[in-house]
Write a protein that binds this ligand. Structure first.
Ligand code: FAD
Length: 383
């Protein structure tokens, strides 16, 4: 029997996109979100062309392009000398090469656009303040033929699937904050995504046009316990951050003092494991494969998962569709994990490795750097 109705646990990027993608195939869904209101924590998001292409098919890209910024370049810069090490052309070049735009925006902007579309679609029902534990879906208004666990890195839906992934601390911490455009003037480039690289740490900065500020994420190694999940850094955690960046360029460091609220964000990742039970339950997004943000692809993969899952479910009963979906997605996710690990190695290189990295990067022409991204950004999700 083909799926007519789905239950979705979690209304993050994965869950909301799944509801919209299912609706395109005439499949109704009910979303259960534990939060009483959807207020995004965190700040910025890079939406790469592979994800933008899907958002276009779902009818929400125009809403985003009206407010986001399409950076002209993605730059790698030394965080100590401030020399540009490499630059990938983006902006119009991204549209021409990957046939879809690359944009940066505030997370709430994407969430609002997805939410509006869900609320306006008669096939989607959103229940806020509805936490689902242990797969107890007795709150469902209608029986679902498939349960989609889109409940993030701490997923409880994993309990419904034998040998599913679990979460582990990666050894990395992200410190996230924003700085006003006025405070960043003369230090940060308002037309680029800039990744500043230094020993065992890097800093990603890009403008958020709709908020007139810069999004800044500092990522470095550090310690955390699972109880320290999201919050303002303690004095010791701030010192940990400053010690990692102590030899960096002084003007870049001055941004740390100009930050508004800073968030201490220990990075957890999902171990490998089964995403589906071969019957009626499947994981997508961070619940299935939370990964380090070194390739800035977590939300993009959640969007691809959601869209492709709906395509599989549109044509086959759940018991057939779910194993096919997993077999189709796993190789791409594994390849992205490898790219993330490679980027971490390159971004955080120290000593002689760093010198070698700088030489190799300076010898690579921009078009060759762009070609390295073709398999990620040029991907066309199956319909
Ligand atoms: C520092 C950093 C920078 C990043 N930058 C980028 C970037 O530039 N580009 C990009 O593509 N990705 C980026 N990512 C990754 C991206 O943010 C995540 O991969 C993405 O948000 C995951 O979406 P999701 O919907 O799977 O999970 P989530 O966003 O975590 O959503 C899960 C939802 O489920 C709900 N939920 C949880 N448990 C339950 C329950 N029991 N019952 C009901 N509801 C529940 C939660 O409240 C939440 O709303 C970044 C990540 C980090 C940490």
């Amino acid at each position: 029997m083909l799926v007519e109705h789905a239950a979705i646990i979690g209304a993050g990027v994965a869950g909301l996109t799944a509801a919209l993608a299912l609706a395109r195939h005439g499949i109704s869904s009910e979303i259960f979100e534990q939060a009483p209101a959807l207020t995004e924590v965190g700040a910025g998001l890079q939406i790469s062309p592979n994800a933008a292409r899907i958002l276009d098919r779902l009818g929400i890209l125009d809403q985003l392009t009206a407010i986001w910024l399409e950076p002209q370049t993605i730059r790698l810069i030394s965080g100590t000398s401030m020399h540009e090490l490499a630059a990938v052309p983006s902006g119009r070049a991204a549209r021409a090469r990957w046939d879809a735009p690359y944009g940066v925006l505030h997370r709430t902007s994407l969430q609002d656009a997805l939410l509006d579309a869900v609320r306006n679609d008669p096939l989607c029902t959103l229940n806020l303040g509805a936490r689902i534990d242990g797969g107890d879906l007795s709150v469902m208004s209608r029986k679902a033929e498939v349960i989609i666990g889109a409940d993030g890195v701490w997923s409880k839906a994993r309990d419904l699937i034998a040998d599913s992934p679990s979460s582990r601390f990666s050894g990395n911490i992200a410190y996230r904050f924003t700085v006003s455009a006025a405070d960043a003037r003369g230090i940060l480039d308002g037309n680029s995504v800039s990744a500043f690289l230094g020993p065992s740490a890097h800093l990603v900065c890009y403008p958020l046009r709709e908020k007139d500020c810069f999004n800044i994420v500092a990522i470095t190694t550090g310690h955390a316990s699972s109880r320290e999940w999201l919050g303002q850094p303690t004095q010791a955690q701030r010192q940990q951050l400053m010690s990692r960046f102590s030899r960096w360029n002084a003007s870049l460091l001055s941004l740390f003092d100009k930050s508004g609220e800073m968030t201490f964000w220990p990075l957890y990742e999902a171990t490998r494991g089964k995403w589906q039970n071969g019957r009626d339950t499947v994981l997508i997004g961070d619940a299935a494969h939370a990964m380090m943000p070194f390739a800035a692809q977590g939300a993009a993969m959640a969007i691809e998962d959601a869209y492709e899952l709906a395509s599989f479910l549109a044509k086959r009963p759940a018991a057939e569709a779910l194993p096919l979906f997993e077999a189709h997605r796993v190789p791409r996710i594994n390849r992205l994990r490898q790219r993330g690990a490679f980027n971490q190695f390159v971004y955080h290189a120290r000593g002689p490795l760093r010198i070698g990295r700088d030489i190799v990067l300076s010898l690579k022409p921009p078009q060759s750097l762009a070609a390295d991204l073709d398999w990620i950004y040029g991907y066309r999700a199956i319909d």
